[in-house]
Every structure is written in structure tokens, then in C-alpha cells.
Ligand binder design. Structure first.
Ligand SMILES: Nc1ncnc2c1ncn2[C@@H]1O[C@H](COP(=O)(O)OP(=O)(O)OP(=O)(O)O)[C@@H](O)[C@H]1O
Length: 602
């Protein structure tokens, strides 16, 4: 049994490798797991529907034969008519059941798929998020989920019943006239094979290119809309429009190519249908001419053909739609294949960290795609409870230090440890829950101030939230708003000033009890009085925690225990404010003098 499974898996993989189309079909079918009962119900009902629909031509044929016997058989014709009507009603009833089940089935799959893909995307690496426009990702996700709906609909409402009808009709005709059965069966097989190969070889590549262009276009639109303030301030509306116009033109030309190919494939399929029509009716007439078939039999063949023709026309359209849905789901499969960031692996030994001592030992690091190492043999130790200032020119590697501490990127060499434990041995969520950060540009959700402040600390009391806001000097401002803590801050906090956003972010981490706190230019937008007040508060509130303050304004770090001066990914100087000032040609002293000169000049 295990061996059989292995063989099936290997066959599946080689088919997927040979044709990526099947990888997507496989992914879609994978979503059916755990829904066996619903699938059995759908297929079973489809089968009954087929039997009911295929019985109708039999009764129509009999009706014609009865009619040809003369008016004396009128009673038989009425009972045949009654049978035809009853079969029609049964078919309607069975179709209704299929629709009800598919509603339940599809909505469940779409819900689960959305949640699963979102959850996977959230756990992808920082680099992945940097390189993928949020708008394009959103577009791919919603398009893929809608496509899954279409895929399921086509499979269960259209293609499975069509397959049953076509196979059933072929068998029934073959039962009466084996030669006609062979002709019909072969023609159907040729029709389906040509349709599938047109889809895979001819339509699929064009649809893929059109979908990629669609995602690029939507990503660009989303990017421009989310940076609308910047666009406005540079009066660049026309430039952005020109960009969108050019991408829309590219998208249109790819889309037209896809649609033209679909139209050509449609015409080829229609030609095949016309040929099938001629062959089938011609064979019926030939049988009648030879005396092998009555007019009722020929009517039966024609009625059956009418049904087959309807389904094949539908099938041609449905296979094309199925193709489109598979194309649109390709991005979901691609998302799913991207590995989650390092450290998310459930099998990682979950050691827990409690303290706040940090050691960077012999670290080599470069950003993905960069040739030059940013950190080369970088070493640094910070004791638990120490208060560290990090200064230096822009681009010196200060923020990178924090990113590595949070394991947002993987180092090439060396060990980063907290509390003596290599961070690679710690579950990533546990690691990040250990560190509170207020970054240069605090991120706020388009939610209320209350939700933003309590983010990550949902179980705190209202009084604690107010207390944190008071300590971050933002409470009075919030209370002055008409909706107070229920004020929605706008997308990315756009309804707040830079300083207000920073104070909300500081209040948010005031609520957290983490041993390590990082303030990365966290008070850069505050006036000096508010900054001094908040700093006093920080020193009293977080006196026993490891505090790392990254700042350009040197006044923000002068009272800290130790100041590190970063340049080109190295700590080039360290010591307290007084000691560093004493170094005659020191970097810190030079920075200090420059800032003083600048302050006097302004
Ligand atoms: N994702 C990234 N990919 C490639 N290079 C990056 C990436 N992030 C940062 N860098 C580069 O790494 C270097 C260090 O960046 P970092 O943000 O650590 O500097 P910083 O000292 O914090 O600067 P600032 O004071 O301006 O915030 C910079 O040259 C920056 O351009």
C-alpha cells in the first residue's frame, strides 16, 4: 500500500515537472481534503442527474415510434409524455441539490484558502515582503480565491455531469448500434484531447503572461494610491498616470493575445462539433436507409446528439473557463511554494529566553543580492539591563543591528545570542515577543487608538492603556479628540502627526513587559521638551531592562550607560558621553561638534 502511494506520488511529481499546469490542478484538488462526504454527494447526485437526462431521448424516440403507429395509440403517447415531464422535474430537483451542496462546499474552501494563504504570506521573509508590492499580492490572493470558486463550480456543476452524459450517451448508443457508439466515442475522445492540448500548449502561456501583467498593473496602482500624499506634494499625478497608462497598455496587449488565442481555440472546437454533427446524423440516416433503424431510432440519435452537442459546446466554454481559473490560481500555488522565513519551522528546538544580555560574535552579514558585506567579523556584547546609545552616520548599519537581533535576516557567519542562547535555537515568535521596538516610522493600523495602543497586549485593562498613554504624553491629546480612544487613525496613521504617531507607538511598548527595548529614532519627531519628558519616563519605567536607543540627535543618548558609534558596519568607538568627548579626533566628538555648530547656525 505504502509502495503504491510512493509510486503515485512519484508519478504525480514527474507529471508536475513536465507540465506546471498539473501542479496547479493538483493544488486545487488538494483543497478538497477532508470534504469526502460533500464530494460523494456531489458526484452521486451528478450521476443520478445523468441517468435522468439520458433517459429522456429514449422516451422521445418511443414517442415518435408510437406516433407513427397512428392515432389509435394516443393513450400511450400521453403516458410517454408524462414520463418525459417527470424526468424533467427530477432533473431540476437533482440540479438544485447539486447547487445547494456546492454553495456549502465552495464557501468553506474559499474561507479556508484565504486564511491559509494569508497566514503563509504573513510568515514569508522580510526580503520577500520588500520585493513584492502589497497591492499586487492582494490582487493575486483575491483573484486566486475567486478562481477557486469558479474551478469548483466548473468541475462539479459542469464538467463531471458533462463527462457522465457523454460517456453515458456513447454507451447507450453503442448498446443499440456498436458502430455508431465507436464513432461517437472516438470523436468525443479526439474532441477532449485536442481541447486539452490547445489549452495547455496554446492558451495557458498567453494567459500566464496576461495575469503577470495584470498583477504588475494593480501593484503600481496600489503603490501610487498608498503614496498619494507624496504624489500630491510633488504634483506628480500626471507622471503616475503616464506610468499606469504604459503598464495598462502592456496589460491590454497581453490580454488581447490571450483572448485572441482563446477565440481561435473556440473556432477550432466549433469546427470539430460541426464535423461530429455531420458524422452522427449521417450515420443515423445511413442506418435508417439500410433498414437498421426506425424513424424513432433516428429521432433518438438526433435527440441524443442535441444533448451531446449542448454539453460539448458547454464543455468547450467550460474547459476554457477552467483554464482561466487554473491560471488565476497559479499565484496561490507560487505563494504556497515560497518557504516561510527561517525559524518558523515547528521542529526548531524551542528554548526560552528570559534575560536581556545580547552578544554578537564574529558576525558576517550582507543583505540578499549585495556583493559587499555590511558586517564583517562584527563583535558586540551588551549586559542585561544596560542602557546603550547607538549613533553614527546614516547607512552605518545601526538599524540592521536591530533587524539581525529580531532575526529578520539570516547571518552568514557567527552567532547572535540572547541570554546566552543562540537565537537560532529559539522559536521566532518567542524571540520577537522578547523585544519591543519603536521604529523610525512607527506603523499604525487603520484601527482605533485604543486598538493601536493595546496591539499585542489585548488582555490589558483600560486603566493600563490610559496609564501607558499618559506616560507617553499622548493621553491628553487623545482625550481632546471627539471620539477619544475610539478615534480611527487612518491608513498607516495618516490622521496623526509624526510626533503623535511616535507617542502612540511608545505607549504601545509601555504596555509590554519585554526585557529588551529598542528605540530606533523613536523620538525624532518630538519637540525637545516632550522628548526630555518621555526620556525621564523611559528611564524610570524601564530602569531594569536592556535599552537600546538609536539616535541621530546626540542629546537623546548622552545620559545612557554606553554609547556605540557605528560606521560602515563596525563599532568604531564606544564609551559613555564624557569619555567619548575626551577623545580628540574621535567620531563622537566630531559628530557632537557638528551638531552644536548646526544648532548655533539655525
Ligand atoms: N533590505 C535591504 N537590502 C539591501 N540593502 C539594505 C537593505 N536595508 C538596508 N540596506 C543598506 O544597508 C546599509 C545599512 O542600513 P541601516 O538601515 O542599518 O543604516 P542606519 O545606520 O540605520 O541608517 P539611518 O541612520 O539612515 O537609519 C545601508 O547602506 C542600506 O542602504
Amino acid at each position: 500500500m505504502g509502495r503504491l502511494k510512493d509510486i503515485i506520488m512519484r508519478a504525480k511529481r514527474s507529471v508536475e515537472r513536465a507540465n506546471p499546469y498539473w501542479k496547479i490542478v493538483n493544488f486545487s484538488l488538494g483543497q478538497y481534503a477532508g470534504r469526502r462526504l460533500q464530494i460523494i454527494c456531489l458526484i452521486g447526485t451528478s450521476f443520478l442527474l445523468t441517468c435522468s437526462e439520458l433517459s429522456i431521448p429514449v422516451f422521445v424516440g418511443r414517442l415518435v415510434d408510437t406516433l407513427s403507429k397512428g392515432a389509435s395509440h394516443f393513450q400511450d403517447t400521453y403516458s410517454l409524455l408524462a414520463m418525459i415531464v417527470i424526468l424533467g422535474i427530477i432533473s431540476v430537483f437533482l440540479r438544485d441539490i447539486i447547487f445547494r451542496v456546492i454553495i456549502y462546499f465552495n464557501s468553506g474552501i474559499m474561507r479556508l484558502l484565504t486564511v491559509n494563504i494569508f497566514s503563509h504570506i504573513q510568515r514569508l521573509s522580510t526580503e520577500w515582503h520588500i520585493h513584492n508590492l502589497a497591492g499586487a499580492t492582494l490582487r493575486k490572493l483575491s483573484r486566486g480565491v475567486q478562481a477557486m470558486d469558479l474551478f469548483n463550480y466548473l468541475i462539479f456543476i459542469e464538467l463531471i455531469p458533462s463527462a457522465f452524459i457523454l460517456i453515458g450517451a456513447t454507451l447507450m448508443i453503442g448498446w443499440h448500434w456498436p458502430m455508431v457508439g465507436v464513432i461517437v466515442g472516438t470523436s468525443l475522445l479526439v474532441f477532449v484531447c485536442i481541447t486539452l492540448s490547445l489549452i495547455q500548449k496554446y492558451i495557458y502561456p498567453a494567459a500566464k503572461v496576461a495575469n503577470d501583467a495584470d498583477a504588475v498593473l494593480n501593484g503600481t496602482i496600489a503603490d501610487a494610491i498608498s503614496c498619494n500624499m507624496l504624489v500630491k506634494s510633488f504634483a506628480s499625478e500626471s507622471k503616475e498616470e503616464a506610468r499606469v497608462r504604459s503598464e495598462a497598455a502592456a496589460w491590454r496587449s497581453h490580454l488581447m493575445c490571450f483572448w485572441h488565442r482563446s477565440a481561435t481555440a473556440g473556432s477550432i472546437q466549433y469546427v470539430m462539433l460541426v464535423a461530429l454533427n455531420g458524422v452522427l446524423i449521417g450515420t443515423g440516416l445511413w442506418l435508417w436507409q439500410r433498414g437498421y433503424a426506425s424513424p424513432g431510432d433516428v429521432t433518438y440519435i438526433i435527440t441524443t446528439y442535441a444533448i451531446i452537442n449542448g454539453y460539448l459546446r458547454g464543455m468547450e466554454h467550460n474547459i476554457r473557463s477552467l483554464q482561466r481559473s487554473v491560471n488565476e490560481m497559479e499565484d496561490l500555488v507560487t505563494f504556497n511554494k515560497v518557504p516561510v522565513e527561517a525559524g518558523r519551522d515547528e521542529t526548531v528546538t524551542t528554548k526560552s529566553i528570559n534575560g536581556g544580555s545580547i552578544v554578537f560574535k564574529n558576525i558576517d552579514f550582507r543583505y540578499p543580492g549585495q556583493d559587499k558585506l555590511l558586517y564583517k567579523n562584527f563583535n558586540l556584547s551588551i549586559a542585561a539591563g544596560e542602557r546603550i546609545g547607538v549613533v553614527g552616520h546614516s547607512g552605518g548599519g545601526k538599524t540592521t543591528f536591530v533587524k539581525l537581533l529580531q532575526r529578520l535576516y539570516e547571518i552568514e557567519r557567527g552567532i547572535i545570542s540572547i541570554d546566552g542562547i543562540n537565537i537560532k535555537d529559539v522559536n521566532i515568535e518567542c524571540l520577537r515577543n522578547h523585544i519591543s521596538i519603536v521604529s523610525q516610522e512607527p506603523l499604525l493600523f487603520h484601527r482605533t487608538l485604543l486598538e493601536n495602543i493595546s496591539y499585542g497586549n489585548e488582555n490589558v485593562f483600560l486603566a493600563d492603556i490610559h496609564d501607558a498613554a499618559k506616560r507617553a504624553r499622548i493621553h491628553d491629546f487623545i482625550m481632546s479628540l471627539p471620539d477619544g480612544y475610539d478615534t480611527v487613525v487612518g491608513e498607516r496613521g495618516l490622521r496623526l502627526s509624526g510626533g503623535e504617531k511616535q507617542r502612540v507607538a511608545i505607549a504601545r511598548i509601555m504596555l509590554r513587559q519585554t526585557p529588551i527595548i529598542v528605540l530606533d529614532e523613536a523620538t525624532s519627531n518630538l519637540d525637545s521638551i516632550s522628548e526630555a519628558e518621555i526620556q525621564n519616563e523611559i528611564e524610570t519605567s524601564w530602569s531594569n531592562r536592556t535599552l537600546i536607543v538609536i539616535a541621530h540627535r546626540l542629546s537623546s543618548v548622552r545620559d545612557l550607560d554606553r554609547i556605540l558609534v557605528f560606521a560602515d558596519g563596525q563599532v568604531v568607538e564606544e564609551g559613555d558621553h564624557e569619555t567619548l568627548l575626551l577623545k580628540k579626533d574621535g567620531n563622537y566628538r566630531a559628530l557632537m561638534e557638528k551638531q552644536n555648530r548646526y544648532c548655533q547656525a539655525t
